[in-house]
Design a protein around this ligand. Structure first.
Ligand SMILES: Cc1ncc(COP(=O)(O)O)c(C=O)c1O
Length: 409
């Protein structure tokens, strides 16, 4: 088990290229080559190990919605780290209870299960749906319907729910009873909701697939059919939730009342946390021992989440995301090389002109001092912090324009 020289000893003198090489040599290559190594962030700015400044239009994949090193979040984490880090879920802790209460105030009567990520929040939802289905229709009622191209995570249950076959191929067989259905024939989707369906799980804006919103009428019809057949309506708000789309939860835009809502990402502004809210009916079916997570809802993560929820409410950030997001979408749409803009609030997919590669645009933007993420071959994700100052946003759009124009022939 002996290794070569202990490279971590010479960190102080390592250059950016050293870090990239060490990253590639030591971290399993599931993310591809990482082009930059960041050292610190402040608000909507990121700084790499060379000290180069970037405006952050990615927010760590829609996570740092309050920007980097937000003072309230930093204070909450620091104070909690000096108070109590972990007790196990055999005991209660104050921040966990306060966050659960706040989420119930936002989503309605029910209960919250805490985990550490979006995939885990969905794993919990899948288990809760199975318990609920069994109680309401017997052991055959375990099927869960999801939408084609929706994304729900990489663990085996969440992956089975994901409607992107290319992500599943190498890991077959999938969990039984998970059905990702096409949306081109909505009536066929609706007809599948029946006696053996425990739940429908929807990502209302399919973010990872390219920021593709589901049709409002279709979703409302699904909600009606779920209510008629006593099927659970579960909404994956891992990316859309906590203000990102211009409402606390995207379900509000769709005028639906889900039975289960999953969330993660922005809830901790970078602290890993997932949460699964269930209504009282579902909560009533879950028994002691049905589910657990050693770290789920631990004090450090929930202290951060509590600060996030307080700042979001205090500063009116969901409302701001609606306003500033509409402005930003228009600014992006006006640029040469942009075909169309999709999304809601500050969850934005920018469709580029034919033949313009998203990875090239992301690389060119980095050279202009802006971080954006490719979403697909020809679309880019723009998800700035919800509190980004307008002047920084404008400067970011200018950097985007410079990056994009260098890719137009
Ligand atoms: C809608 C949605 N659900 C689930 C997940 C999985 O979350 P995580 O990566 O935290 O497991 C993601 C991640 O991008 C997501 O966007």
């Amino acid at each position: 088990m002996s290794g070569d020289s202990p490279m971590w000893l010479d960190s102080a003198s390592a250059t950016s290229e050293d870090w990239i090489a060490r990253d590639a040599a030591s971290v399993l290559n599931t993310y591809g080559t990482r082009p930059l190594t960041f050292e610190r962030g402040a608000g909507s700015y990121l700084y790499d190990v060379n000290g180069t400044e970037y405006i952050d239009f990615l927010s760590g994949l829609a996570v740092t919605s309050l920007g980097h090193a937000h003072p309230d979040v930093a204070r909450a984490i620091s104070s909690q780290a000096n108070t109590l880090l972990h007790t196990s879920n055999l005991f209660g802790t104050e921040p966990q209870v306060r966050v659960a209460e706040r989420l119930i105030a936002l989503l309605g009567r029910g209960k919250v299960f805490f985990s550490n990520s979006g995939a885990e929040a969905n794993e919990a939802a899948i288990k809760f749906a199975r318990a609920w289905g069994r109680a309401h229709g017997g052991p055959d009622r375990f099927h869960i319907l999801t939408a084609d191209r929706g994304f729900h995570g990489r663990t085996m249950g969440a992956l089975a729910a994901t409607g992107q076959p290319e992500k599943k191929e190498r890991f077959m067989p999938m969990l039984e009873g998970m059905h990702s259905l096409p949306l081109d024939r909505p009536d066929q989707f609706l007809d599948r909701i029946g006696d053996e369906t425990a739940a429908v799980l929807l990502e209302l804006i399919r973010a990872e697939a390219g920021v593709l919103p589901l049709d409002v009428d279709f979703v409302q019809e699904v909600a009606r059919r779920c209510a008629d057949t006593e099927t659970l309506l579960m909404v994956d708000e891992v990316q859309t939730g906590i203000g990102r789309t211009g409402a606390w939860f995207c379900a509000e835009h769709y005028g639906i009342t889900p039975n289960v809502v999953t969330m993660a990402k922005a809830l901790g502004n970078g602290m890993p946390i997932g949460a699964t809210w269930v209504d009282d009916d579902v909560a009533g079916q879950i028994l002691v021992g049905d589910h657990a997570s050693t770290f789920g809802g631990q004090p450090l993560a929930t202290a951060a989440a509590e600060a996030v929820l307080q700042v979001m409410a205090r500063d009116g950030l969901p409302e701001r995301a609606a306003e500033v997001g509409a402005m930003l979408q228009q600014q992006l749409l006006d640029l040469d090389g942009v075909e169309s803009v999709r999304g809601r609030g500050m969850l934005i997919g920018v469709q580029l002109h034919d033949g313009v590669a998203a990875t090239d645009v992301a690389a060119a933007c980095r050279r202009s001092g802006l971080i954006v993420g490719p979403l697909s071959l020809s679309a880019v994700r723009v998800t700035p912090a919800l509190n980004i100052p307008v002047a920084v946003l404008d400067e970011g759009v200018q950097r985007f324009e410079r990056g994009l124009s260098s890719c137009l022939s």
